[in-house]
Design a binder for this molecule. Sequence first.
Ligand code: FMN
Length: 346
Amino acid sequence: MSVFERVVRRGLFRIGRGDAEAAHEWTLRRLSALSERPVALAALRGRYAVAAPRTVFGVRFPNPVGLAAGMDKDGVALPAWPALGFGFVEVGTVTAHPQPGNPRPRLFRLPDSEAVINRMGFNNAGAAALAARLAALSRPLGVPLGISLGKSKVTALDDAVEDYRASYRALRGHGDYFAVNVSSPNTPGLRALQDREHLDALLATLVGEKPVLVKIAPDLTEPAIAELLEVCLARGAAGVIATNTTLSRDGLAPADRGRAGEAGGLSGRPLADRARQVVAFVHAETGGRLPIIGVGGIVDPDGAARMFDAGASLVQLYTGFIYRGPALPRAVARAAAGAALPASTG
Ligand SMILES: Cc1cc2nc3c(=O)[nH]c(=O)nc-3n(C[C@H](O)[C@H](O)[C@H](O)COP(=O)(O)O)c2cc1C
């Protein structure tokens, strides 16, 4: 392991000792500082970047391994992610109104399970601030940028469409694709937007110039997913991101069960099987017509391979990156470089 990997991993590992969120912020600050140093970025790129290009929903990805939403919500460390080997980056979730999120503590580490419980509640600086930051980037990112949109807490569910539309308007010039996040468990009522009527109205408004993907919860039943997919296909969604965090607490190691009562969404290794099942279901149900970004519990190249086998065209990492460190995206991308493409990449 290089010195750099040790430093980043040490920062990531401080999560759980003391304030997990403080550790996350420390890491982001370091990566943000790194983003200002072109020479260091180039050195990292030389070490970590992997070419395994594929085109999905009309967008060309240098490799199929992305950073999942929520890690860099406000896009403060953007140039660092491709330098670490990520083939795309999803920023956000952002909301039309800036908001502080839930009170701390709201992020909990479950190390024996390689899992995290979070109830962040879409803390973010708002869509306009992200648009300004993206406009000020001094050079192109070099990898596709996804932007995840959510509903502001102050906005009533009935006004959700207008809220998403406001964010989309502010940001549409900046994203290569947009993710409609209707699956976070941490904004009251948000998941109701996965229902046919709400989702139909949302997609009718947003689908147009840029690819729009729908991010779904792993806790939906198969009939509910099937209904959602009908809406996605009818409204021309570009794909599905499966999955967000789960409300289930299955699969925790004994030492972590004391944390199981924390409210919020569980991510990481215990989510892997369920996330993969959802990907397989979406793939089968749509006959491969809707490209899938598979996310949930990928902690090593084998886990990613299983996600691709289930029908994912691209994958994303979050919790695995916290526990396994910055060598993970490269390892996964290298393994993917040799893998066959699923039928739905066109
Ligand atoms: C601390 C934290 C914050 C997250 N924030 C978001 C978010 O803002 N938007 C979103 O769509 N997903 C968010 N997620 C979910 C991840 O993008 C991902 O779907 C989930 O964690 C499963 O992947 P993983 O097991 O690799 O972490 C968050 C996850 C974590 C752990």
